[in-house]
Design a protein around this ligand. Structure first.
Ligand SMILES: *Cc1c(COP(=O)(O)O)cnc(C)c1O
Length: 217
């Protein structure tokens, strides 16, 4: 096995008894690196940039599930709408409406997560939790998007208490949302530095880049 394969397997093996999906985050990494994971059965990849995502989609096998994690500009939705499987980074109702429009053009329903701002110390993107009810209310008019849960990014800090508090808060918002949207099944939280904590706090999907592919330049 290659180093990338070993690192991927080491994390995947810790998830076997749990209902947690490992999404390798391959932004800024070459197709050859992704193919190493494909060769040992990995069929899901997370990317941050629209152009990079579309290029890799074209170059790689067609049975891959592509997920977009990074901030998405409305004018770029059209490039990924034909094939993207899950958009984690829906941070406004305007964006949700545009995804619905482009999904309809492609006769598809696109799975989405609402990204909620949870970080106490960082200026990360995402909706304010107060905006969630408005987004929920709009969904009945958006038949080509399917919201399946929430995503959040914790503060980048060594202070575990801060991170745990943020994850707990997102979990609470997720549970509240799920009570009125029983079809929800994705709570996307946890990255290289904090995925173990995220799973303890109820994550169902972890997004791991550096710990699999190494540092990005
Ligand atoms: C880059 C990125 C990741 C992966 O980060 P690592 O710390 O390298 O694991 C996860 N989620 C999002 C939204 C990202 O942008």
């Amino acid at each position: 096995m290659t180093e990338i394969q070993e690192k991927y397997q080491a994390i995947a093996s810790q998830l076997v008894d749990k209902s947690v999906t490992l999404v390798p985050v391959s932004k800024k990494k070459p197709v050859e690196d992704l193919m190493q994971i494909y060769e040992i059965g990995g069929r899901i990849f997370g990317e941050n940039y629209v152009q990079e995502l579309t290029e890799k989609y074209e170059q790689m096998p067609k049975d891959i599930e592509w997920q977009l994690l990074g901030h998405l500009q409305r004018n770029k939705v059209k490039y990924i709408a034909p094939f993207v499987n899950l958009i984690h980074s829906v941070d406004s109702l305007k964006l949700l409406r545009e995804i619905n429009k482009q999904a309809a053009k492609n006769e598809r329903v696109i799975n989405c997560l609402l990204q909620v701002f949870i970080a106490e110390e960082d200026s990360k993107t995402g909706m304010d939790e107060n905006e969630l009810p408005e987004a929920f209310a709009a969904l009945s008019d958006l038949p080509n998007v399917k919201v399946v849960g929430l995503m959040g990014i914790s503060t980048f800090t060594d202070n575990k208490e801060v991170v745990i508090r943020e994850f707990r808060h997102l979990r609470k918002l997720y549970d509240e949302g799920k009570s009125s949207h029983p079809e929800w099944n994705v709570l996307s939280m946890g990255m290289s530095g904090d995925w173990q904590m995220a799973i303890e706090e109820g994550s169902t999907l972890i997004r791991v880049g550096t710990s699999i592919f190494g540092a990005r330049t």
